[in-house]
Design a protein around this ligand. Sequence first.
Ligand SMILES: C[S@@+](CC[C@H](N)C(=O)[O-])C[C@H]1O[C@@H](n2cnc3c(N)ncnc32)[C@H](O)[C@@H]1O
Length: 224
Amino acid sequence: MGSLNVSRPETYFLTNEGRRMDKWLHYFDIYERHFSSYRGAKVNIIEFGVSHGGSLRMWRDYFGQQARITGVDIDSRCASLAEDGIDVVIGDQENRAFLNDLAAKVGEIDIVIDDGGHTMAQQIATFEELWPRIRDGGIFLVEDLHTSYWPQYGGGYKRPGTFVEYAKNLVDQQNAWHSRESGQFTIDDYTRSIYGMHVYDSVIVFDKGTINKPINLAIGKPSF
Ligand SMILES: C[S@@+](CC[C@H](N)C(=O)[O-])C[C@H]1O[C@@H](n2cnc3c(N)ncnc32)[C@H](O)[C@@H]1O
C-alpha cells in the first residue's frame, strides 16, 4: 500500500534518476504548504503539462496510491507515458470544449496544477473552465506566472489580459461584498467560491470554498 516514502516532493525531485521533470526550486515549499494535508488521501489530481512524465511520477509518489493522477498535454507522444495509476489525456488546454470533456471524464477535482503551455489564453481558459469543477476544499495552483511579464507568452508589465492582471481582478471579486458601486462591481461566482488566494513568486494558489456574506460583529464593553 501507498508509496509515501519521501518526506517532500523536493527530495524526490533532487534525487530523481527516472523520467525528467522541470520545476523551479522554490515551488517545493509552496507544494508542501498547500498539498501536504492531501497526502495519502483519495484525491483526484490533474496536472497540465506532462512533458517527459517526471512530475506525474513525483505526484504519484508524494500523494500515494489512493490518489488518481491525470496528466494533460497537447503533445500526443505523452500518451505513451501513461502507466499504472497515471492517466494521460491529450488535448489543448486553450480549447474550452476539450476542457469540458476532460472535466466530464475525470469528475470532481481536488487539485489542479497548471504547468502547461503558460500562455495567457491557456491559463485563463483552464482556470475558468475547471474552477467550477473543483470541489469545496480543493486547490487550483497556477505556476510559471513569470510568463505574465514575458512578451513571447503575451505578457508585459501591467499589460491587460495577462494572468497576473486577471488574478488582480479576482482580488476585487473576492471583495465584491463590500462594493459601493453596484452597477459595475457586483458579487459573482468567484466572490462566492474563492476562499483564499496565495500569491508567491511565479505561483498563485487558489483555495476553493463556499463563501457567504461576511458578518461583522463588535462584542464586549466599549473602552472610551
Ligand atoms: C513545462 S512543460 C511541463 C513540465 C512537467 N510538468 C514537469 O514538471 O516536468 C510544459 C508542457 O506543456 C505542454 N503544452 C504546451 N502547450 C499546451 C497546451 N495548449 N495544452 C496542453 N499542454 C500544452 C507542452 O507540450 C509541454 O510538455
